[in-house]
Design a protein around this ligand. Structure first.
Ligand SMILES: [Zn+2]
Length: 248
């Protein structure tokens, strides 16, 4: 049984090809091994018709998943069911190891990010690359900056799914030259028809060298943006912008 990993499971041919009519006709019979066998496929168990499908050295006891080999479900079939499910559980596409967002988490990396302006040598995807800066002039990762623009510019996240958002954390870019922290900024969400400012925004800091956390009344939305007003002497930039949300 230690060699099970060598079985060739024939993908795309996992049985279940008996009709409803057949199952209903035979379900009260004493011998329903075909129905039992097909139900085994329903749990993800394979066929063993061909020699290469069987484990090297054969089976320790008959199995209903090899048609004609057993007319009843055996202890070995029960073992195979547990084994099959232990293998499926390892399949991260079916059972994501990352918890789905029924707990608040940074959902920014799931967003498409756009901006009203980015300097050609910088990149706006820096905002949600998931990398925490060491300080506000950390150029070891990509950064977003809009030099030499002044006044109001925006950065925006678009999500494929609606999220309930309740917090943002902004790490401002400040290079001691043309880029400085902003004068102020607004947090807006898309309500389905128009942009609205979040309510009870508490924070909206403009400190360098740290995440500036802002909490607000939760909003359910697919888009959020920052409207950033620069100082009168410098452009603005962001190293990382987190958005805390829960999937609806
Ligand atoms: Zn089969």
């Amino acid at each position: 049984m230690g060699n099970v990993q060598f079985w060739r499971w024939r993908r795309g041919d996992w049985g279940q090809r008996v009709s409803d009519d057949y199952i209903l006709r035979t379900v009260n019979d004493t011998e329903i091994q075909i129905t039992e066998h097909e139900i085994g496929h329903g749990f993800g168990m394979p066929d063993f018709y061909e020699v290469p499908d069987r484990p090297p050295g054969g089976f320790p006891m008959p199995t209903i998943m090899w048609a004609g080999n057993s007319s009843t479900i055996t202890n070995w079939d029960a073992w195979l069911l547990r084994y099959t499910w232990s293998q499926l559980k390892k399949d991260t596409a079916r059972f994501p190891l990352v918890p789905s967002t029924n707990q608040p988490m940074n959902v920014a990396p799931r967003a498409k990010v756009t901006t009203s302006y980015v300097s050609p040598w910088e990149t706006v995807v820096a905002l949600n690359d998931g990398l925490d800066p060491a300080h506000s002039n950390d150029r070891t990762q990509k950064v977003y900056g809009n030099w030499p623009e002044m006044g109001t510019h925006w950065v925006q996240y678009d999500f494929d799914l609606a999220y309930t958002l309740s917090q943002t954390d902004v790490y401002w870019f400040k290079d001691g030259g043309g880029i400085d922290v902003p004068r102020s900024y607004k947090i807006e969400y898309w309500d389905g028809n128009a942009w609205r400012e979040v309510k009870n925004a508490n924070g909206r800091g403009t400190r360098a060298d740290m995440y500036n956390t802002t909490t607000f009344d939760p909003v359910s939305t697919t888009k959020i943006r920052l409207q950033i007003l620069s100082s009168s002497t410098a452009s603005t930039g962001i190293l990382e912008w987190k958005v805390t949300g829960i999937a609806l």
